[in-house]
Design a protein around this ligand. Sequence first.
Ligand code: HEM
Length: 502
Amino acid sequence: MPADISPANMRLARLPQCTPSELRKRIGNGEYLVIIDGLVCKLNAFIGKHPGGPLAIMHMVGHDATDEVRSMHPQEVLETVVPRWAVAQFVPEDSKKCVVSYVEEMVLPYSAARSSTIDGTSHPQPSHSNADNLDYMAIQRDYRKLDTHLRQNGFYKCGYSDYLYEAARYLLFFVTAVGLILYGPHTVWTYLLAGIATAMLWQQLAFFAHDLGHNELTGRREFDMVLGICIADLLGGLSVGWWKKNHNTHHIVTNDVDNDPDIQHLPFFAVSTRFFESRYSTYYQRVMEFDAAARMFVAAQDKLYYLIMCFARFNLYRLSWGYLLFSDYAPYRELEMGCIGVFFVWFNWLLSHIPTWQYLVLYLAVSHSVSAILHLQITLSHFAMSTESPDPVHECFAARQVRTTMDVICPPSFDWFHGGLQYQIEHHLFPRLPRHKLKLVQPMVKEFCRKHGMEFKEFSFVDGNIYTLQWLGEVASRVKLYNGRKEHEDQAVAALRKSLAN
Ligand code: HEM
């Protein structure tokens, strides 16, 4: 095959070389350098314009982000846009070793929390076999082979006909909910059933909005985003922009205590004893205080899990508005605010047809608390999974996703109930893969994990709940120890202060 001598490739071939020590030095001097496919990309001028937001890039400064970037971008961005930002060719010290982070021991102004996670303190982790003895280089190589196989064999093409069944289901729930409220007899059963149908509609639409957020439908970001706004904002009253920011971050730094918003739920939940240290969240840009309220809730988190989940949707309204009103980066702010406004109008119009306040409360309580099913499905995949890498310098993207995620086993006839997202490990390995293809990929992923000795965690929905509750209970039981130690420390400080004052 003749060598590609296009001007773009000639430019890349002429780029200077950059070693790991030069990379560290330049990052220390304030350059935002990310390694992608062997190229060092300087992103200072691009970070503010990045369609995936600045935080995505910040997390990857000083990292080999090849797999993260491949998993998050369409092919044309990888081939034509990424190389434009290349300033050097990267020369690793040892090309036979998989190194993903060159900055673990550096304190970076924009991601200082990341380096503080490895302070040598031991915190309990859910059990994981072989996590210390993996060959990351081989895992990375085979993961890339598998991804290429999926790309070349049409797995990334969306099967639009799959959505015909989806649409029929959405319509059924919508018509049931609205029909019962507008035309049903005024009985408890009517509003109970209408509430359940509304919750199921929201749950099913959330799966569709999720596909659109990953651009799985058409692969065209703007189109999928606007359709997502019509689904999530207009029909569900939640901001899809907020959700995308949150969710993309979750995919890049999955189950990282300081960085992943999907496990940062103080004062209600702590999935790791690390949260007892009142750590700084790079996502929320504030300290997550482990204060008296947090100590009280976390100590009983396994008992309160379902109850708190019943109120989670109200928290999502709050977070959506917080994002739309205050976020620096909200590219569709006006459109989303308009659509959520329309949601409130039509939803209140619907509520105005409920004849008594008792029925109104019943309908709102049922529709919002049954929505908890969705929150359980989301949290089940990660809450009881590892939150700490055994080797942050070498652990490759694929190994990290398998370590931090679990699948839910369910019969094919129940696929719709989990939205196809019970294949979470597959989804985390290939986030842009249309969700109806995930089940076809599962046997390949299982073989990939078996070959490399990575534990493929999967539970039935019931067992997954039990496993999660046990882990939450395990963390909760440590609060007592923490309280005892804190009391002891407070007494020591008080005694010291007293003796200094005398
Ligand atoms: C040279 C570096 C980079 C370039 C040129 C670049 C460019 C882009 C472009 C053009 C898009 C829009 C894609 C589309 O139309 O579907 C995008 C989206 C995105 N990028 Fe990057 N990116 C870079 C680095 C990164 C890095 C290091 C990350 C972190 C893993 C990242 C994460 C994301 C995410 C999460 C999205 C999704 C946004 C969405 O779906 O709306 N990018 N990027």
